[in-house]
Design a protein. Sequence first.
Length: 484
Amino acid sequence: MSILADRTSRFVQTRTASRALRFLPSTAVVLDAGAIVLAVVVAVAARQQLSVGIGQVDLTSSALVVGPLILAAWVTITYLLRGYRENVFGAGTDEFKRVVNAGIYTAALVGVACYLAKFQLSRAFFATVFLLGTVLILLARLGLRRLLHAARRHGILRQRALLVGTPAQVDEVAAVLRRESWLGYDLVGALSEQPVEETHGGIPVLGTLGDVVALAESDTIDTVFLAGGGIGSSEEMRRLVWSLESHGVRIIIAPSVNEISSDRIRVRPVGGLPLMHISPPTARDAGSLAKRLFDVVGATALLTFFAPVLALIALSIWLDDRGPVLFRQTRTGRHGEEFSCLKFRTMVVDAEARLAALKEQMGFEGGLFKMTDDPRITKAGKLLRRLSLDELPQLVNVVRGDMSLVGPRPPLPSEVATYTGDIARRLHVRPGLTGLWQVSGRSDLSFEEAVRLDLYYVDNWSMMQDLTILARTVSAVLGSKGAY
């Protein structure tokens, strides 16, 4: 255990910070209560304002009676629905689902109670409280999540994680935990039955599974991740849970299933055996009539809205060097079909002729060529690229059916020619004007990371994900991160 002793001092700050996580539930209770009180106050004020000229209605006395009851019932029901459990904070939609369900159940309970007690309660007040209250609680929870993610990225409110499994599977889980730093896990090390000092990914192996209790007793770990090959039998799993229960150490099973959305996973216990059901990839759904209709209506509306902006941009490009306004480039679409992708021209007219020399200068080896200070970009082009306005003409491609509003990045034919293995799955759906790659860093992403995001989108498409990406695109464009 000398390795453990050498490492303990490195996690003193993390150990102190992780204990603050116990205050997350109480913080959420305070935020929820504040949102409910605010909703009640607004409902009273709004109802009183509406009653002016119709007949004075004093809701103050009623609110003083029913307000505290609504507050108590709402918080209690949220607690009973496990909306204050530590494991619901920070990731996934489960937290928000429980908040919405708590609002619905509380509204039903209050409505039935008022009816049975023959308590006169304004319907406008009732509707305002629960509609506004639910929205305010969701916003408060979203704000709390954003703060939690920011704190974790800055090294605060993190937990010390121990990985158990074969070295290869430990590295696989570790890569995800390191990439998604907002999850808040600091890797202490790994336990493996294979006699190695560290994994290929540089994770130190502290011992075997039999050492996990000693690590828990030394207060060195908060969470144990069980990767594939970490546990030999269900009996061994039960004993591990029993041995760690008194130390407050959490156990998380990380099966060899990644890059799959939660919507495609269902865990159903059968005879005491938890079975994980994985639905087929949803690439076929991404080509549905509903998505196509959404694309056409959305693109047409955006073209109409941005028509004056498009005209001004076209004029500024022409005045800059009297060259063509649009740049047409052959790109590869769904099922490998090539199309002419439209963009506002942001480079000098002979940009393509200069490309080979720049690639040689930069030592370019493959993928999509990008450089931070490309000398071919015009003055007008710099602003257009920073705000992604150069891609607005692709709305025409969306109407034509070449592209979608949301999808993988449209690749060049030369890129497609180099595709090997699973990368070609990117072509199972229409390329998008925006996508996961756009809202996750744009040109700051490596080619491999962009491919990973595109494949995730193809296999896990949903209309809700499209709407989320479109909403995130606004902040990504305004932030201009990765745009050059």
